[in-house]
Design a protein around this ligand. Structure first.
Ligand SMILES: [Zn+2]
Length: 91
């Protein structure tokens, strides 16, 4: 789940996650390939910085525990496990 905060630190971290992931959704599909949906920082279709390990399960606000997801995948994921491990990939 995405933390709802809008602090300066969170905004900066969120932007860093988006840039690292190329503004594309990294949610693994059942075959292990990422979704790749383009999701900008703001505006229509904006992406979400998702906690790989949910905060309620001890996850932290760090780059290694965050990934960029399109809104449908972030909102649909909840705290469920991924359908498959993400394979090595490049855009
Ligand atoms: Zn997606």
């Amino acid at each position: 789940m995405t933390r709802g905060g809008s602090t300066r630190a969170w905004r900066a971290l969120r932007a860093a996650v988006a840039e690292r992931d190329g503004y594309r959704c990294t949610y693994p599909q059942p075959d292990g390939h990422p979704c790749r949906q383009y999701a900008p920082l703001a505006g229509p279709g904006a992406g979400h910085a998702d906690h790989v390990v949910p905060v309620k399960h001890g996850g932290t606000d760090t780059l290694t525990n965050l990934r960029w997801l399109c809104a449908p995948h972030n909102l649909g994921r909840g705290t469920n496990p991924d359908p498959a491990p993400l394979r090595d990939w490049t855009w």
